[in-house]
Design a protein around this ligand. Structure first.
Ligand SMILES: O=C(O)CCC(=O)C(=O)O
Length: 283
């Protein structure tokens, strides 16, 4: 589906589905990397995580192939339309619903910024189907149009929701303001989903990605490094010791390669101070 059509669907009803976005080989490789963490990991600690679900966090530290989902070009082309440059990866986790899991409570993903609604989404979320998402195995349930709501909250029993059924390898992309929940798994097999979520560069990430991923960040593309937090947002949010954070990974990093350096400069004048610049030197 063309980006402008997906963007239109998100603006209108809050979500869009990209079918067949991931090929079978990548899916198989990814599942093989993830399986040991699912096997060894605990069940959820509360109703939200799901007592019959397993969640794997800090995935970029554990399963390198998840990068193909996080920086999928069709997804990022959509996020680019909603979020400011240098937006961040706010969370990235696996959610494996086992048979018998009950439905989750309705929520929206950018609620943490605690700003009144209606408003622009401060995040774009995705949920990748690693297994087929079906009517009875816990496909995500979304309330179309609820991204535009003000203070309304949905009734868990009577809300007008849609089950996002989709074949493995597909992804639902939705506004951070869209009310949704994980469904109940009435089938006899697991339902595995992966949810990379992106947020405005001025918002705090749900997962502290710099700590969660640690030195493994070096293994990823500059785009992913930027989304983890190795980036600045104007004029200089995110600097480290007065310098561009990417210099923590690569002393020779040139901020001009991102355009970041063109926006601000940190200098020493008895104390650290900042000024807007149109050159990249010094950042
Ligand atoms: O597993 C799902 O389908 C949705 C989960 C979810 O929305 C969440 O945990 O934030």
């Amino acid at each position: 589906m063309a980006t402008h059509q997906s963007v239109g669907e998100i603006k209108e009803r809050g979500y869009t589905v990209l079918e067949g976005a991931l090929d079978a080989d990548t899916l198989a490789r990814f599942r093989a990397e993830l399986q040991p963490f699912l096997d060894d990991g605990p069940f959820g600690r509360n109703d939200f995580e799901g007592h019959r679900s397993k969640r794997v966090y800090a995935m970029l530290a554990k399963t390198p192939t998840v990068a193909a989902l996080v920086e999928h070009p069709d997804v990022l082309a959509i996020a680019d339309e909603f979020l400011r440059p240098n937006y961040l990866l706010t969370s990235c986790l696996a959610i494996d619903l086992h048979p018998g899991e009950t439905r989750q409570s309705f929520h929206f993903d950018d609620g943490g910024i605690n700003q009144p609604r209606p408003r622009k989404p401060a995040g774009i979320s995705t949920i990748w189907a690693i297994d087929d998402f079906t009517d009875d195995n816990g496909a995500t349930e979304v309330i179309p149009g609820s991204h535009l709501w003000g203070n309304e909250t949905p009734d868990p029993d009577s809300a007008d929701f849609v089950k996002v059924t989709m074949p493995a390898g597909s992804v639902v992309v939705f506004a951070g303001t869209l009310w949704h929940r994980g469904g109940a798994n009435h089938s006899d097999a697991n339902r595995l989903g992966i949810t990379p979520q992106y947020c405005e560069p001025w918002a705090r990430q749900l997962e502290n990605m710099i700590l969660a991923v640690g030195p493994k960040a070096r293994d990823y593309s500059d785009r992913i490094k930027s989304m983890l937090g190795y980036s600045i947002t104007p004029p200089f949010m995110g600097y480290v010791d007065g310098r561009h954070p990417m210099k923590c990974l690569d002393d020779d990093f040139d901020p001009a390669s991102t355009g970041d350096g063109a926006r601000s400069e940190v200098f020493w004048d008895g104390e650290y101070r900042f000024r807007a610049v149109d050159a990249t030197e010094g950042v």
